[in-house]
Design a protein around this ligand. Structure first.
Ligand code: PMP
Length: 429
């Protein structure tokens, strides 16, 4: 261990004491001290533009003033800070606001289940509920899908290396082809329909389909609307539950509050986490069509269900969704990204591919230089002052996730850093 008084950006204590399991600190190797809006500052006073935003947990940026004020007021007034699933004023206010601003205007009739605070815990709840409701065991998920790292979630997560970390056979799930991806299955829906119709397919009726309507960790793949609508119709015919994992793509990331709104479908179950806590505060919830809320009390319990501070911040964050301008501003920023990537970044290398929706964009480098390029450009971005994560197969896609509330000038500045970093890396190869 080094000296007891570490200097700025000294990482000695982390390296000495923290487990080898840590990841993001390796991609972004400094010590962050403060953050505001779309910017983080490290201990040496260096600023970074944040296109990573807590992997989608900070859609409203770092320390937004209006939400912070509500949190300070709540803390100063000795508001309840922990209550398991007991009734509190903070929870009532969150539920009322969620009903008023999110569910009612979209004609959505859901029961709300507060789960343990991670995305993985809401997925665990969804898996259990699907089996409880249907009495069937198999849950189908999709190639490229990402649903979390607990043992249950790994059964539906497609990433081969991560699946191995479970250390046990991953059972009672089937991975089906997702229509889009580096190995696309344009006839995915027909394939599933045939599996179900063919008495010789060896495919038993599953309890549920679980999917992201836009795959994020998988490499930014946007499922076609017809696929989503076809899956909904198929579920209606067969009694299979349709479960959408909106942990990363929800809370406005794709331009609407829920990612499935663009397809005009209503899932039976929806997983939400990350930005539902408004301020990066942990919270997750499961939305359940009332007919499927068949839990008996306590069948998915846990000490940290419903984070009171996250209720306060989440309620305040939903104010954005009252403003008719908000969705339009996400669309405008998305268009800035699309245009800039297609003109400036693709000019760096013609085989760079760009995909996305709302403020969830992917820069696919797999044809522009192969394995390792995504991670190399992410590193170079960091050196230039931009946080951007690599995702997808072989980390070959850069995932752009700026705060929904980013200023236009900062967005353009970040995109320019990305273009410059891409030029740096490609010209040095
Ligand atoms: N589902 C999706 C779609 C995700 O992107 C993630 C996290 N990246 C999870 C589930 C798991 O969430 P958490 O890391 O909070 O457990």
């Amino acid at each position: 261990m080094s000296a007891p008084y570490p200097g700025v950006n000294d990482v000695a204590v982390f390296e000495a004491l923290e487990s080898n399991v840590r990841t993001y600190c390796r991609a972004f190797p400094t010590v962050f001290r403060t953050a505001k809006g779309a910017r983080l500052t490290d201990e040496a006073g260096r600023g970074f533009i944040d296109f990573f935003t807590g992997a989608g947990a900070l859609n409203y940026g770092h320390n937004p003033d209006a939400i912070r004020a509500k949190l300070i007021e709540y803390l100063a007034g000795d508001g309840v800070s922990h209550a398991l699933d007991m009734h509190t004023t903070a929870k009532r206010r969150f539920l009322q606001r969620f009903l008023e601003v999110v569910l009612a205007p979209r004609n959505l009739d859901y029961k709300v289940q507060f789960c343990g605070p991670t995305g993985a815990n809401t997925v665990e709840a969804a898996l259990k509920l699907a089996r409880l409701v249907t009495g069937r065991t198999t849950v189908c998920s999709f190639t490229g899908g990402w649903h979390g790292m607990t043992s249950g979630c790994l059964t539906v997560t497609a990433h081969r290396e991560h699946r191995k970390t479970a250390g046990v056979p991953l059972a009672n799930t089937t991975i089906l082809p997702y229509p889009v991806g580096p190995y696309p299955f344009p006839n995915a829906l027909q394939h599933i329909e045939h599996l179900l119709a063919d008495p010789g397919s060896g495919f038993d009726l599953p309890a549920a389909f679980l999917l992201e309507t836009v795959q994020a960790e998988g490499g930014i793949y946007v499922a076609p609307v017809e696929f989503l609508q076809g899956l909904r119709a198929l579920c209606d015919r067969t009694g299979i539950l349709l479960m959408v994992d909106d942990v990363q793509a929800g809370c406005g990331r794709t331009g609407t509050f829920f990612s499935f709104e663009r397809a005009g479908i209503v899932p039976d179950v929806v997983c939400l986490s990350k930005s539902i806590g408004g301020y990066g505060l942990p919270m997750s919830l499961l939305l359940i069509r009332p007919a499927f809320d068949r839990w008996k009390p306590g069948q998915h319990t846990g000490t940290f269900r419903g984070n009171q501070l996250a209720f306060v911040a989440g309620e305040a964050a939903l104010e954005y969704w009252r403003q008719p301008e908000f969705e339009a501003s996400i669309a405008r920023h998305g268009e800035t990204i699309r245009r800039t990537l297609l003109t400036e970044l693709v000019a760096v290398h013609p085989e760079i591919e760009v995909r996305g929706l709302g403020l969830l964009w992917g820069v696919d480098l797999s044809r522009a230089g192969g394995i390792g390029l995504g991670a190399a450009i992410s590193r170079r971005c960091f050196e230039r002052g931009l946080l951007v994560e690599a995702c997808g197969r072989h980390d070959s896609v850069l995932k752009l996730l700026p705060p929904l509330v980013i200023e236009e000038a900062t967005l353009r500045e970040g995109l320019a850093l990305l273009t410059q970093a891409t030029k740096d890396v490609l010209s040095s190869r």
